[in-house]
Design a protein around this ligand. Structure first.
Ligand code: FAD
Length: 415
């Protein structure tokens, strides 16, 4: 029977980053997934490394916005009616967290992680030879109306206080950065400190290759077979049983499949999202991801084409895809940018793993020895993977954590 110091369950960007950070500290590490690494949620995101993020995404506010969502006409959010009763308690908690003071509290609690996001990626990219995937042009948020721009003033005030760089642009200023954008918006904000990735799957694969170079092993297996075996954890793999001194759960939206039966029922929900690639018409292009904030989508230039990503859909994680939001936002997207033919026949779907306070869970699993948690990264798993990996590795190896991990502890749900 094989034996390692640690097995990391889930080879998305979060688990891969944890495994790599542990291997860099000399531990014998196995990275286990039932699929090849990086092919689930970490495959399909908009590729933004949002080191500038301060506030969490708010619950739709205002009567008209709620009415549009309820009438299934909104582009930024959608839902399956039959799923609403199950997710209602989570939605109420999420709405409570959309109060301004709580969003400011989120910004303060998460700042240490976001502040390290880009530098931790750059360090891993340098050793993995993956710098070619990084674009350091920031990202651009567009506001079609002055009212929408003004409504986000508090975030910019906080950014200015923290000396996070941003530039408020008028239409001409934004078009100087992105000449292909049509004049359908009033204002834009350029956040130059954000990075973006041209191929998120390629990036995870590069980190996995670096992990293997350091002696890490990648295994195929079902994380739900994890069991206690004396003082060890034991998991089934295609190569046979594996014993590990410690296990890390980095299963993203699937973490409850393993944790609920262990009695660790943390209130995770998913915000499903879609993407589809399009060719550009003529020689139009984008230099960075662009967000059409009021309509609620992002267009990100990727190796595969222009990736259009949607906002949140509240539905059972495993229910068949219903990409209605993509259909609803296409007129606005076509108005903004000269999109050409779609690249694939069907949109991709993934599930952002989210707690109602929008913070991930990073740290020890309560009541279980040598079990660690690293999941629930919501809209920012690509952004925060490497910083999470460092924090978990700090804690597991007894090093002084680079920041206070208390805001990310699972214990917060017991209060
Ligand atoms: C449309 C969209 C746009 C996004 N845009 C951004 C963005 O621009 N920037 C950003 O930072 N984030 C973004 N995100 C969020 C980001 O993609 C996620 O937070 C992140 O991918 C989560 O990573 P993960 O490693 O936790 O999960 P995953 O990538 O889902 O990895 C979990 C792994 O666990 C494996 N697994 C599951 N069950 C089992 C099992 N039983 N046994 C073995 N293995 C198992 C899966 O196969 C998978 O590989 C976006 C998400 C979506 C949906």
């Amino acid at each position: 029977m094989a034996r390692v110091d640690a097995v990391v369950l889930g080879a998305g960007i979060v688990g891969t980053s944890v495994a790599l950070q542990l291997a860099k500290r000399g531990l014998a590490v196995a990275l286990l997934d039932r699929r090849p690494p990086g092919e689930e949620t970490s495959y399909g995101n908009a590729g933004v490394i949002e080191g500038n993020t301060l506030f969490s995404h708010p619950f739709p506010s205002g009567f008209l916005a709620l009415l549009r969502v309820a009438a299934m006409r909104a582009t930024e959010a959608s839902y399956h009616l039959s799923f609403l009763p199950r997710v209602a308690p989570w939605l109420l908690a999420y709405r409570a967290n959309s109060e301004l003071e709580r969003r400011i509290a989120f910004a303060e609690a998460m700042r240490p992680l976001f502040a390290r996001a880009l530098s931790e990626h750059e360090a891993l990219m340098a050793e993995a030879g993956a710098e070619r995937y990084l674009r350091k042009e920031g990202w651009l948020k567009l506001y079609r109306t002055e009212a929408a721009f003004t409504a986000t003033a508090r975030e910019r005030e906080m950014a200015a206080r923290l000396e996070l760089p941003f530039r408020v642009l008028d239409l001409a200023g934004a078009q100087a950065l992105e000449p292909a954008l049509a004049p359908v918006f009033a204002r834009a904000v350029h956040w130059p400190g954000a990075g973006s990735i041209t191929n998120p799957l390629g990036l995870t694969r590069a980190y996995v290759a670096r992990f293997e170079k350091l002696g890490g092993i990648v295994l195929n297996g079902d994380a739900r077979t994890l069991r206690r075996a004396g003082s060890k954890w034991q998991v089934g793999t295609q190569e046979g049983l594996l014993d590990a001194d410690a296990a890390v759960v980095a299963l993203g939206p699937w973490a409850p499949d393993l944790l609920d039966p262990l009695g660790l029922k943390l209130p995770l929900a998913v915000k499903r999202g879609y993407h589809r690639h399009f060719r550009a018409r003529g020689n139009a292009g984008l230099n960075r991801p662009v967000v059409d904030t009021e309509v609620g989508y992002c267009v990100a230039p990727m190796e595969q084409g222009l990736r259009l990503t949607t906002g949140a859909e509240f539905a059972d994680r495993d229910a068949p895809p219903t990409p209605v939001q993509l259909e609803r936002l296409m007129p606005a997207a076509n108005e903004l940018f000269p999109l050409g033919e779609p690249v694939e026949a069907n949109p991709w779907m993934g599930s952002r793993p989210c707690f109602a306070d929008s913070r991930p869970v990073i740290g020890r699993a309560p009541g279980q020895s040598d079990l660690w948690l690293a999941y629930g990264h919501a809209h920012w798993g690509l952004t925060l993977g490497p910083a999470t990996g460092r924090l978990v590795a700090d804690m597991m190896t007894g090093a002084t954590p680079f920041c206070d991990p208390a805001p990310y502890g699972a214990e917060r749900f017991a209060r």
